[in-house]
Design a protein around this ligand. Sequence first.
Ligand code: MSP
Length: 481
Amino acid sequence: MNDQNNTGEFYITTPIYYVNGVPHIGHAYTTIVADVIARWRAAQGENVIFSTGVDENAQKTVDAAKKTGEEIRAYTDRMADIWTAAWQKLGISYTDFIRTTEERHVETVNDFWGRMDAAGDLYKGMYEGLYCKGHEAFIKENELVDGLCPEHKTAPELVSEQNYFFRLSNYQQKLLGFYETHEEFVAPAHRFQEVKSFVEQGLEDISFSREKKEWGIPVPNDPEQVIYVWADALVNYISVVGIERWEEHPADMHAVGKDILRFHAVIWPAMLMSAGLPLPGQVVANGFLTIDGTKIGKSLGNGIDPFDLAARYGNDAVRYFLLREVPYGEDGDFSEAKMKERYNADLANGLGNFTARVLTIAEKNPVAEGNLDGEFAATIRLMQKTVLGKMGQLKFGDALAAIWAAITFGDRYVNEKKIWEIKDERELARALFNLITLLEAITRELTPFMPETASILAAAVTHKDGSITVKKPAILFPRVK
Ligand code: MSP
């Protein structure tokens, strides 16, 4: 991870989501990753700003509202509530939720547009092309399959109109120069490679407005045009903190999906360069989740409901599965069978069983603070060191594996020592001190990944005047059939 602004503050963002549908497991994945990083940074003592929100000014919003028969504004109000409630239910620790219809955003977009204009980077021209509403972007004819956008399976609309253009072509060399001196600007590394090759092939100016539509932010001083939804949406990251604060401390990390990496790693930095504002520290991109090999998408209608899953397995189990199973940056396939398997093996048996065994005995027997056995100290150190290193590389699955290695170690100790058979009180107290200390260390490492479980475990153990009291919680992960 990139620490370009070492001021003890860490600003991380999720994409702002379109409101033409409700959250599915793909959106939840991007948001959960950002949440884990946000909680991890907070645990390191940083003051975290964590923003998420909704992207309302899109054409697809208008279409979706028409379908329900609602007035557009009433529709987006209702959807914004659905998205906020969704993240709250999943326990996402965001500190700011932004809507692009908010005044603070509209003002920032106006300011930003003025800066690009003053830099001479906006000009009016004729645009002719095919617009895919699914992408909210123009699409090339040779990308179509049977006349349809291959991703959204819809026919693009032929557009021929006067637009404002952004001189993206001016920024090719500047971007390449920036990439060269900021080796960690995009992660994982192979995604950065894709971005660089794309820019090396040359950049065309892009249309940054549409002819007057019923919905969207009007172009300053030209009410006949509305600002292109991406030119508006990207600026949300500044609206959250305000331009002055962004100048002092831009976002440290934008967490996005690979489908929108170019917008964040090419167009957004070029816009910021044009506006004379500092660039974000890093853009990290997750791969795509599929269900049985098929892309999840609200436009395709096969989205898995993350709330249904969370209701049945718990928030922490969903987080655990996604982070353990899908290597960050790669595509991953979701299947409930696989999730159930991991749940029973790693959570019900692994973590759940280990903590239950230790806490059951510790609740009934005296435990006192004492000296930790060397192998326990070494296991804890190794876990902490590995987690730290793996988090820096966004290898969440490996970080979790390191925590699970410590659980396995503790389990083996319980078995080998047969702690339920130990008669000698001092020997038992010492074994329990080892195990409780290990459990507390595991709990700390688990906090960003499984905050609800970690807080239950943390509350189970109390230290007072050198003695330790344990109160066993209810079963953490009941087995599922
Ligand atoms: N509104 C834009 C983002 C603007 S950010 C300035 C947008 N919205 S979206 O709702 O369509 O998707 C947002 C993000 O959701 C995608 O970038 C991606 O990260 C995530 N995902 C959507 N479907 C996904 C999967 N099937 N799998 C993983 N992530 C997915 O794009």
